[in-house]
Write a protein that binds this ligand. Sequence first.
Ligand SMILES: Cc1cc2nc3c(=O)[nH]c(=O)nc-3n(C[C@H](O)[C@H](O)[C@H](O)COP(=O)(O)O)c2cc1C
Ligand code: SF4
Ligand code: SF4
Ligand code: SF4
Length: 919
Amino acid sequence: MSKHQFTELRIPIEEDNPAIVRNEALCIKCGACRRVCEREVAVGRFYDLKSTGDNPICINCGQCANVCPTGAITERYEYPAVKEAIMDEGKLVIFSTSPSVRVGLGESFSYEPGTFLEGKMVVALRSLGANYVLDTNFSADLTIMEEAMELVKRITEKTAPLPQFTSCCPAWVKFVETFYPDLRPHISSAKSPIGMQGPTVKTYFAKQMGIDPSRIVHVAVTPCTAKKFEIRREEMNIAAKEHGIPGMRDTDYVITTRELAKWLEEDGVNFHSLQNSEYDKLMGTASGAGVIFGNTGGVMEAAVRTTYYLATGQNLPDERINLQPVRGMDDIRSANLNISGVPVKIAVAHGIDNAKKIIDSVVSGKCEYDFIEVMSCRGGCIGGGGQPKTEVPLSDKVRKSRIEALYNKDSRMPLRCSHDNPEIKAVYESHYGKPGSPIAEQLLHTTYIDRSGDLGPEGMVDKSFVSPPKYRCAPCGHIHSGAILENFTCPACGVSKDDFIGRKFGSKRGTMSCTKKVTEDLIWVGANDRRLGIFESVYSVPNGVSYNSYLLMDEKTVLMDTVDRAVQDKFLENVEATLAGRDLDYFVVQHMEPDHSAVTKQVLQQYPNAKLVCNETILQYIKQFFDFDADSRVHLVKEGDTLRTGRHLLHFVFAPMVHWPEVMVTYDSTDKILFSADGFGCFGALNGAIFADEVDFAKDYMDEARRYYTNIVGKYGPYVEELLAKASTLEINMICPLHGFVWRKDLGDFISKYVHWCTYEPEEQGVMIAYASVYGNTEQAAEILASRLRDKGIQTQMFDVSFTAGSDIISACFKWSHLVFATTTYNSGIFVTMDALLNDLAAHNIQNRSVFAIENGTWSPFSGELVYKKFEQCKDIRFPKNMISIKSSLRMEQLSEIDAMVEAIRDTLPESAGGTIKS
Ligand SMILES: Cc1cc2nc3c(=O)[nH]c(=O)nc-3n(C[C@H](O)[C@H](O)[C@H](O)COP(=O)(O)O)c2cc1C
Ligand code: SF4
Ligand code: SF4
Ligand code: SF4
């Protein structure tokens, strides 16, 4: 029995973890911490508690704290101890600040992400009682001097194996020590900037300033929780050895950017009103190379600048100083360099999961790189586990803003290279001699230990291949991995297995999914229904129907609508499988008709962090259809509002009455995709295809598309026209409707069909003949009419309204230019099926047609008059000839009336369609 609770749901955290702590009272068991640790950080999936003796493995990166939505996980606070040290008159408190703090701190005080606030930060520390404020960027330069020299020696003198890995990320170092101890010789022996700053403060700075080192309390202010572990590594006490002062640490405390902000708030410091201050001298000057240490690729770029200098005796020319190939946010970036005739291959990875790919190549002997930078946190230290939680989870947009601020600062600095920093020159001159000297080796370099024993007898396991089915508890959100047995109860809240929503015991959920890739990061997660006889209780769907929903897998995940209740299990399975352990960030509801919104409540229950994105009317309808607290989840949008999800930018465009009043559509301006709600849909299941160009759409589906349009949105032509007008201003590469196929080719052809339909322009010149006949006499008259029309080369299509579904006939009415309705008089009215059809047709607002009637009655025929009346409210309906009136059966002498009707039709048709109108 594990001492850790809910381990199937949360990442376990040991009580004595030096970097992070969990406040049980705040934990809502959302699983975000486990997901990030297993998938991005990669640690959580490589060990087994049973093997480790119930001891969690942790590299102290703090990413779990960053994603924890409630603040249950935080860094272990050290600022109270620093406050105490400040109060102690016998102590002298020296702060050293890391590069990323100055571009993150402001976000805690409502500054825009990436605002560079170095001067304010320094003065803030002074206001809290700092005796000195130094810059860890100084030691970033120092690290580069040592690390670059080491690389040159590895390459030229083969002093140690290649590739050389950077060592400034303690989380990365601990990962190697634990999981790949054999690779330790590859890690640069140069300490991290904080690892160098501590002993340099307590030896060089103390000596130069005439300070008793035993009085110094050295505090690192960092974006990093792993530094809390690093400063407590046994070997990080070299100053103690130098001075012979047992118990002295090189650095005494680490406080994060967040802790600093919290402290300032608690002490009532008005950050906005602070002026600027400069660092103290001796260890307060840095080059641009030191500045960019804070972002992924920065250490590499800084090292290349100095390696080049060490190899050639010259600085890189200005045009080559920015090492573009290693900049950016790609998982792994690389470059081939030529340094003084020596080819050097370099690579940069951020996130351990990405670095693992490089490690595997090193282990297999296939690695081609000479020098590799690895930072555990995405984006580098600017995304560290102790940075302000400006967003949860943090987006790349914020990361990029912070990175840009550092690059901007670097580009504006007169000194861009570590070796040009005058304070670095001074420290070597008076203290360390030269890079790699014996005293530098002693104080600035270190060794690494084998921690693989922590993994226990099983060693490193890879749980990524084991994907047990998962089930979520509706009341408390607990996720259970693995089979649910008969007597299963929720370990978190105690409810029975039946409360695991959408996961009824014995259902197939959790075992199989069927999704389609629409683009690289857009997945169709809908489902087909081929058992449905009548769609929306009125439309026949002999070929089934698809309910489309799309999941955008950007930095934020976005679900577009849901599906009909009939296929909800398949849909939920698809969503979960596609998310693959990620959380759902946004759930966009475009249309509240239940065939698209039936699963709204389940989605919001299943993904408690998801924001419901919709407009006011949709919210109102949600409250009418459901009984949950939608207000607490909603992110309301107005016409034209946008939502940035990472790479994608979504624009919301309202489309009222296409097909209900609340409808909105969504335009992704990044990939030029229109999520068109009910617009551009089609009846028919997808049969394995997803794109219209994968099937013969014109032949097999166009009739279904027309039938869909006319019946679903045909009534609202002007509104569709309005939407088309809005869409015409957009560049559209793809249309993703809620039913039917996705359009990525020949969009213009399909859109022009919509233009026809919504303006009620007939698509084809020809005659639709619908008849209602009990005993066949009216039918016979219709047949004769059709036959004589064909003789004149006129296109015809006939329907028996008692047999063919009204939706098919309505669709044909929208297609053809001329409509003939032949019907018996029936109990003094129109025959029932014809009556229903005509009512429906008028309700669909049919317009701009030539209409003819043939009536039949045995004793008092007057159904023809009633047919015409049905069109009284419809616009532009022409009646070129009065009806043919039959008494029981058509007489020979009435054939001339049939011919007269044929001629009336011809007179209103162009020659090309068998008519007489010259073109
Ligand atoms: C149940 C029933 C009700 C009818 N009601 C009328 C009526 O009210 N007025 C009338 O003139 N003919 C009425 N008819 C006769 C039909 O209009 C029509 O003349 C007859 O069914 C022959 O045409 P058909 O062979 O196309 O069915 C009725 C027929 C049926 C079967
Ligand atoms: S600090 Fe990092 S390694 Fe440790 S549990 Fe959190 S995410 Fe995992
Ligand atoms: S609230 Fe979520 S992320 Fe935070 S500790 Fe609990 S399970 Fe982990
Ligand atoms: S990337 Fe930076 S912030 Fe993140 S763990 Fe490594 S050193 Fe710390």
